[in-house]
Design a protein around this ligand. Sequence first.
Ligand SMILES: [Zn+2]
Length: 291
Amino acid sequence: MAFEFDLDNTEAVKVKSIENFKQQKPGEKARLSIISFRKMSDVIIDRKQKEAGRHFSDSEKAEIIAEADKKLAAKLNKSVSQLTEVDRLSLDNVRLMTERTHYKDGIGTIRCMSKFEGNNLSQQEICCQHLGEPSQKIGTIVMKYPVDKHGKVNQDLLRNREYIEFYVWAFSPKKFDQIRSKYAEAKGDDPPRSRIDLNVTLDGDPKYQKQLIEIASGTPFFLREDFPVDMRVWILDNGIRLFKHVSDSLGFSMKKDTLLEKLGLSSGSSYDDDKPTPQLNSASSYDDLIS
Ligand SMILES: [Zn+2]
């Protein structure tokens, strides 16, 4: 579908500005920091909902957010209106995203179209009928540090914003478990650490991106006390801004029709999106509204 646009329409042309993190040579090392973090208020809401054993209404959530903002503003000596998105991050809680996907040669990785409630399938769609059970893919945003030839972080380059690379890091549940166990391990340190960097080494054929993942020593450089604040904000801002690319890396959203076509199955009229949906019986929909 062609359409006109002007240069203010930033959504019109999709710029693939961020690549997936991949290592090329067996034994290749990288020091990574996950730089996407959850909002403090979301972390609080999750915790309180868990304690209460129920989901909160929008107004209850708004109340918690307002309270969290007030406390944060007081702590930072700012007014609530001066708080930025970066101020509101919880640097102890990295942010990840997950999707259910199917993979097939010649089609690639596509998103599962079935509906789930928690981990239970509630409405099965053609993808699962023809491609079997979906697997999960998980992703986040990482920063790859500039290092010298011995693998040590080059702090001058880092502070000058040189050779810093940002990537989407997308992985299987197995790698997720590896990463989660490293964060859990660091929490057992004395004192407990929730802010860590990861040393990642490619183990074997680049095709499989199997990686040895270890906890790097010390606090992530950009979260250290003596690190320039403007640089820290720039990195955290990238973690927020680039997170929208994570979803794109977790499989292609294919239309049912297209999938049926690619599978060599005829697309029946029941999958025809262009057909007008039958009108709802007005009496019964009115009943739905008042019941
Ligand atoms: Zn599916």
